[in-house]
Design a binder for this molecule. Structure first.
Ligand SMILES: [Zn+2]
Ligand SMILES: [Zn+2]
Length: 287
């Protein structure tokens, strides 16, 4: 790179430092700015050679994924999003194979749920107006029993985002746990949007129930079949533009490490009227 960047950044704040590195990463094709190390990493396209986001360790040795709550088979990381936005901006001549692997639709079927239950998960990334969007879908079914009786078991943890998520192993118990924590904490109110949505969908089978996260740009639709034995949950996330993780796109979606992001009184988003879902739907409809 030919310049002594280290000495130049001694006088600026950590946030400005990260913005500085992100600015350099915007220009230099082979580099990306790491939000954990606060420096540039050289890009080596190793972690997608098998076209899986789950099997390789992070490029720099630290976890840059959304956190432990996220669906295990799809470990989308910060640098994946930044590199996808950059290579898309530069056109297909740069690392087109890597970009194609990043943007590939991913499907996972839970083979352990044999006999009566089945669970499938789909993740579909897309770049819309220079922003990185992700659509996720969970389908859970039971070939015999109603889900009303069986929804409160561990396999139905549906990790939509760090805030819309079931804890304590089931919808009913999750609500009780969150409310108990909420009573202890003076400044916070537990987010129970996913619990509300699933319970409402169970009470109104065949109807889509919409929920939006108050803390991150994520929208969610839930539907239970009329036979009460199938549930479908769809989620749309907006991970923002190419730039510093402090610009608001990435950080809002990441688990803080305390596992209680559904309780912490962080910044709240204005009512978005399902804006993330609507942007995705408009693009899909107009194609
Ligand atoms: Zn790093
Ligand atoms: Zn959220």
């Amino acid at each position: 790179m030919g310049q002594d960047w280290e000495s130049k950044i001694l006088r600026i704040s950590p946030a400005d430092e990260l913005t500085f590195w992100a600015g350099l990463a915007f220009v230099f094709v082979d580099y990306w700015a790491c939000p954990k190390c606060y420096k540039l990493h050289h890009f080596i396209p190793l972690d997608l050679l098998d076209e899986s986001l789950s099997r390789h360790p992070p490029l720099c040795g630290v976890d840059l994924s959304r956190g432990a709550f996220a669906e295990e088979s799809y470990r989308l990381q910060y640098h994946h999003i930044q590199l996808a936005l950059k290579f898309s901006r530069l056109g297909n001549s740069y690392y087109s194979k890597y970009l194609a692997a990043l943007m590939k639709k991913h499907t996972y079927t839970d083979a352990s749920t044999r006999d009566l239950f089945s669970k499938s998960y789909t993740a579909e990334p897309r770049i819309i107006d220079s922003r990185f969007f992700l659509r996720e879908e969970w389908k859970i079914s039971n070939s015999i029993f109603s889900l009303v009786d069986t929804i409160d078991i561990h396999r139905f943890l549906i990790p939509v985002c760090p805030h819309l998520r079931i804890i304590c192993g089931g919808v009913w118990l999750s609500r009780r746990c969150k409310e108990a924590f909420g009573r202890i904490s003076k400044h916070a109110r537990a987010i129970t949007g996913l619990e509300d949505g699933i319970e409402s969908a169970l009470a109104h089978p065949g109807q889509w129930i919409s929920v939006s996260c108050p803390r991150c740009p994520t929208d969610c639709d839930i539907k239970v079949s009329k036979g009460l034995n199938k549930v479908k949950v769809m989620a749309w996330h907006d991970f923002g533009i190419e730039g510093s993780p402090l610009d608001g796109g990435w950080e809002a979606h990441v688990e803080s490490g305390s596992y209680t992001d559904w309780l912490t009184p962080g910044p709240t988003l204005a009512d978005r009227n399902n804006s993330v879902r609507n942007i995705w739907s408009d693009i899909t409809r107009n194609r």
